[in-house]
Structure formats: structure tokens, C-alpha cells
Design a protein around this ligand. Structure first.
Ligand code: RIB
Length: 302
């Protein structure tokens, strides 16, 4: 069977991660426990998750002409991702995320840098790539007009679209109409609902949403019935990137099977495995690790 082709249009960041026992109060200086840099950005994370699970992944985005940008491109290449459409832009630095981890909690500040240079006009240059894909994966760390343009292109060519509406932004009705699936977390879903105008809009939103609820699993509607798929129980070390792993894994499985429930179970398992190591991408499983975990889970059920 040929590998599914997944195009990810979105962000690439270098994650600057500090681990601390507690977060400082205003004006306070604390001594932290450790500092590391990890490749990140919701777009790149989802691309890595999908590539490790066997998709042929094309990443489209922008980095700065700096050390982080070159490192991020190189790391994508090592993951087997086609990174030729990640452009090095002059005059803007590579996006970064300043992440503080304390206990089971993370706090993230993103500085978009080159990610915000992804314009609708530039996205249009990648129409041929989007058209050749089995699925387009989008998030909201690039300008919303560019997300809209990519969705228009995919919709026109009947390519399924998964939109991870993170970090939260208001979505137009047209964008919601064009996407096949939205994957908000609980907070994002509540915000989307509260900002959607009519009852009709709310129904459409609910029908297209797969709501990720952390340890409570995922929830979605099938024939207007609420279905919950439980999370895979694990000892979490760092939850950064769990949502991205979920999206990447769901995209691969759905592109292959077109089966929603099966793909959500698969994505839940991948997201569970991903939180057992530090860094957004470090714990993302490959196909062999997924098979082993599935066999183990089945053995425990028997
Ligand atoms: O979803 C996790 C990601 O969000 C991090 O890798 C960070 O870069 C931010 O974009």
C-alpha cells in the first residue's frame, strides 16, 4: 500500500524549555532546575508525528536565516520529511517558544518571527503541493488569512482538511464549512462555541469537532450521538506536543482508512506515548512502537 501524502502548512519554532519547581511571582528571581532547546512549533511537531507513523510528509512554512532555522530544517530532513518548501526568509528571526515546565503544568509564550511571513500570496505558490496530497493539516500559528487561503485551495481540489484551532482564534463560518475536522481542546471548543453566531453555526461546529480532553480522552459526535474514546493511561513527564502528536497520528490513520473512530483510537495512543519524554517531539512514537503498545494494551484487556 502506498504511503499517504500529508502536507502540513504551519509553524516551526525552537522551544526554549526551562524546568522549575514553581513559577516565579512578579518581580521574583528563581533558580531553575534545567534548561534545554527542543525543535517545536505546532506545524513541525505535527509533521514529525505523521512522518514517524509512516506518512510521506511535506512541510510548508518559513524560518529565519539563523542557526535555529537551519537546525530546524536539518532535523525535519533527518525525520524523512520533505522540507524543501520550508523557506529561509531574510529579515525575520526563526519563531521561538519560551516554555516553563513546573510539575505537570506548562506555560508557553510564542514569538512567531518568520512564521508570520507566511502570506496568502506565498501559500498560493504551493497549490500544486496541496492538490497532490491525501490530506492537508493546518494549525493557527501562521496568519489566519494564509490558513484560509490553504483551506480554499484544498477545498477546491476536494482534499480533506484537518484544522487544529490552536492557539485559539475566532474562525469564520466559511473556514469551518471548508474543513473536514476541527480538533480543539476543551477550552478552545468552548471559545469557538461562544463566538459562533447562530444555532446553525454551533451545530456545524459541534458536528466537525473532535474535542481533545487530556486524561479524559476525546469526544466527538457520530450521527448526533456523543462518543467518548478514553485516553491511554501513562505517567506524563512533559505534555508539550501531545495535541500535535494526536493531530499528526489522526491525519495519517484517517488518510489511510477514512475511518474516524479507528483513527481517533490510534491518535489517542500516540498522544499518550508522546508525553512520556521531555520535549514536544522526543516521545512521539514510530509505527513499531505503536504496534508494540497496541499489542500490550490488547494483552491487558484479554
Ligand atoms: O503544541 C506545542 C508547541 O506549541 C510547542 O512546540 C511550541 O513551539 C508551541 O508552538
Amino acid at each position: 500500500m502506498r504511503k499517504p501524502i500529508i502536507t502540513v502548512l504551519g509553524s516551526l519554532n525552537m522551544d526554549l524549555v526551562t524546568v522549575t519547581e514553581r513559577v516565579p511571582t512578579q518581580g521574583e528571581t528563581l533558580t531553575g532546575q534545567s534548561f534545554s532547546t527542543f525543535p517545536g512549533g505546532k506545524g513541525a511537531n505535527q509533521a514529525v508525528a505523521a512522518a514517524r507513523l509512516g506518512a510521506d510528509v511535506f512541510m510548508v512554512g518559513k524560518v529565519g536565516n539563523d542557526t535555529f532555522g537551519k537546525q530546524l530544517k536539518e532535523l525535519l530532513r533527518k525525520e524523512g520529511i520533505q522540507e524543501g518548501k520550508v523557506e529561509i526568509t531574510e529579515g525575520k528571526e526563526t519563531g521561538i517558544a519560551s516554555i516553563t515546565i513546573s510539575g505537570n503544568d506548562n506555560r508557553i509564550i510564542v514569538v512567531p518571527g518568520a512564521n508570520h511571513e507566511v502570506t496568502p500570496e506565498w501559500v498560493m505558490r504551493h497549490e500544486a503541493q496541496i492538490k497532490e496530497s491525501d490530506l492537508l493539516l493546518l494549525q493557527l500559528e501562521i496568519p489566519i488569512e494564509s490558513v484560509m487561503k490553504a483551506a480554499e485551495i484544498a477545498h477546491q481540489h476536494k482534499i480533506p482538511i484537518v484544522l487544529n484551532p490552536a492557539p485559539y482564534q475566532k474562525l469564520s463560518l466559511r473556514l469551518i464549512e471548508m474543513v473536514s475536522f476541527l480538533t480543539p481542546n476543551e477550552g478552545e471548543f468552548k471559545q469557538l462555541l461562544s463566538e459562533s453566531g447562530t444555532e446553525e453555526e454551533q451545530e456545524l461546529l459541534a458536528a466537525k469537532s473532535i474535542i481533545t480532553k487530556g486524561e479524559e480522552g476525546v469526544e466527538y459526535l457520530e450521527d448526533r450521538q456523543k462518543i467518548t474514546i478514553p485516553a491511554f493511561p501513562v505517567q506524563a513527564v512533559d505534555t508539550t506536543g501531545a495535541g500535535d502528536t494526536f493531530n499528526g497520528a489522526f491525519a495519517v490513520s484517517y488518510a489511510k482508512t477514512k475511518h474516524v473512530k479507528e483513527s481517533l483510537t490510534y491518535a489517542n495512543l500516540a498522544a499518550g506515548l508522546s508525553v512520556t519524554k521531555m520535549g514536544a517531539q522526543t516521545g512521539m512514537p514510530n509505527a513499531g512502537e505503536m504496534d508494540a503498545a497496541m499489542r500490550k494494551a490488547e494483552g491487558q484487556r484479554d
